[in-house]
Design a binder for this molecule. Sequence first.
Ligand code: MIC
Ligand code: SF4
Length: 652
Amino acid sequence: MGYTLTEKILRQHLADGFYEPGKEIGIKIDQTLTQDATGTMAYLQFESMMLSDIATELSVSYVDHNTIQVGFENADDHAYLESIAKKYGIYFSRPGNGICHQVHLERFARPGKTLLGSDSHTPTAGGVGSLAMGAGGLDVAVAMGGGAYYLTAPQVINVHLAGRLRPWASAKDIVLKVLSILSTKGNVGCVCEYTGEGIAGLTVPERATITNMGAETGVTTSIFPSDEQTKRFLQAQRREDQWLPLAADEDAIYDRTIEIDLSEIEPLASVPHSPGNIARIQDIDLPVDQVMIGSCTNSSYVDLMTVAAMLKGRHLPTGVSLGIAPGSRQVLSMITRNGALSELLSFGARILESSCGFCIGNSMSPCTNSVSVRTSNRNFKGRSGTPSANVYLTSPLVAAASAITGRLTDPRELEMDFPRIDMPEHFEIDDSMIIPPLPKAEREKITICRGPNIGEPPVNGPMPEDIIGQVTIRVEDLVTTDHIMPAGSRLKYRSNVPKYSEFVFEPLDKEFCRRASALRDQGEHNLIVAGLSYGQGSSREHAALCPMYLGVKAVIAKSIERIHAANLVNFGILPLSFARESDWQNLPEKTVVRIPAIAGALKEGKESIIALAGDRQITLNMTLSKRQRDILLAGGLLPYTVQERKGEVKKR
Ligand code: MIC
Ligand code: SF4
C-alpha cells in the first residue's frame, strides 16, 4: 500500500512512537518560525531551558504583528527578540520586512521539510510542499532546542481538484469552497492533501492562499505536492537548488476524498462572524464602508498587481476607505518599481506597512456598525477592533471590485476584461532586512536586551491531588482564542502576563479576571466550561497561560481544538470532554465542582473520571497520551522538560 505525501514526510521525521493514525507520534522539526506576539514568550521559555544553542536546520524570528509602537512595549519586545536571535544563531527578520508566512514562503520554506511555527497560519508553507504546522510558543521553543514535536498521526483528506479556474474566480474562492464543505469544526487530527490535475494550474502563491486559510477548518495542516510549479517558484526566488519532486504514491489510500471542479468555483465570501459561513457574492447586496487588502492569506505580488490593474484610472467612491498592506518588502518593492503602487495611490488607497496590522485589529478598525470587506482569513466578532462591525472575507478581486463600486460586488459584473497577471520569472531578491546568524564566537559576546516590558513567564505548580473549585465561566460553542485572549489594542501586553491576564474573556465577560483571581487568592480552583470546538483560531498560548496564571485548573468542553488543547496541557490545565454533551447544561456558572483524586487518575492512565457537582455525577473523558499525563502532573511542559533533563521522568 502506498503512502500519502503527509505520511511520507511524517515517517521520514519520526523520532518517537509508532506511526498509526490516531496515535501520538513525536517528529523531528527541521525549521521553526516565530513572530513577535508569540515569540517573546517562546524565547523566554527557550532561555529557561538553559540550552546554549538551537538544534534545528533553520530558525527564523519575525517581527510583524506588533509594529505600531505606541509606547515603549513593542520596541522593547523587538530589541529583546533581535538580541536573542543574535545570541542563539537564529535569523531575524526585522520589522518592515513583512508578514512571517509570506516572507518564509518567499525565502525559506522548502519541500519535504517539517516546519513548526508559533502561529496558526504556519501551514502557508504547505504551498511549497513543506509539512508546516502551527503550535504554541512553548512547543516551538522545545523544537528549537532539538526536542520532538508531538502530534496525533493524522487522518489524511484528499482534496482532489479537477478542471481550471474561470476568470474572476481565485485561490481564495477554492479555500472558501473547502471551508463550506469541512466547516470550522470537527476536523481535529486531519490533514488536507491537495491532488488532481487541477493543481498543475495553481502557482505556489495561490497554493499558499489555500494552505494558509485551511487553518480555519481546524486541520493540522494542508499540503501541496512539490512539482513543476514549485520548481518555477523556487527558481523565481533564486532557490532552485532547494527544489525536489515530492508527491503521494499512486496507490496512496486516503481517509476521505473531496472532489472539487475548479471550473464551477464562483466568487465567494465568509460572512459574519465565522470563516465557515460561506455565501456566494452574487447572493449578497450590501453597501461597503471599508475595504482592506493584505494579510498572510492574500498579499502576494500577483494579488496586488491584479488589484492595481483593476483600480487603474479610477477613484475611490466617497464613503468608502481602502487600505492595502503588501505582504512583504519584496512585494512592496516590486510594485513600487514597476509603478503599480502609484496606481493604487491614485485610486485613493491608504498604503500600510507590510505587517499584520488590520488583520489582528491592530490598526484600521472600521466604524461602528460598518461593513468591512477584507482579504484576510478571520472574521470573528470584534477581531477587527470594532465589535459591531460586520466583516466579509473575500478574494482580492472581490475586494477591489467592491472598492470600485462601494458595494459588495461580484467582479464579473464590472464589465471589465480579466486582468491576467503572471507570476514573475524572477522576484526581486534583497535579504538585507534579514539578519543572518552570527558566527559562534561573536554570539558569546551578545547581551540580551531586556526592557521593563519583558517579564519572566509564570510557572505552574504540579497538578493538585483533587480539583476543588467553581465554574468561573460557561461559554457556548465555537469560542475562539480571540474571545479568550483578545489581541488588537491588548496585544502589547503579550510579554507581561499579569497585565495581559486582566483581559482574559474580555469580549465575553469583563468580570472574569476579577472573579477568577479572587477565587485563586482564596485557594480555590477555577474551571472553564465550554461548548464545541473551544479555542479555535490562533495558536496563542496566552489563551492557556493567562488562565493558568488566574488559577484555572481544568477546561471541561464538548470539544477542544488541536493547538489550544496542546497549549492547555503545556501550561498544566487539564483538558476534559463531556462523555454526554448534554451535561454542559448541568454545569452553569458558580457550580461548585469536585474532581477527586485527579492526580492519581492521571498516574494510573484512567481515560475517564467522575466530577461531582452537588449530588450530580458527571462523567468526563480524558483522552491523553502517557506523555501528556506526565506533563500535566508536572504542572506543564516547562517543569516537565526540566525534570526530563534531570532524568526524573520515566521514558515511555
Ligand atoms: C492570528 O491571526 O490570530 C495571530 C495573531 O496571528 C495568531 C497568533 C497570535 O495570537 O499571536 C495565530 O494565528 O496564531
Ligand atoms: Fe498576521 Fe493576520 Fe496572518 Fe495572523 S492571520 S499571521 S495576524 S496576517
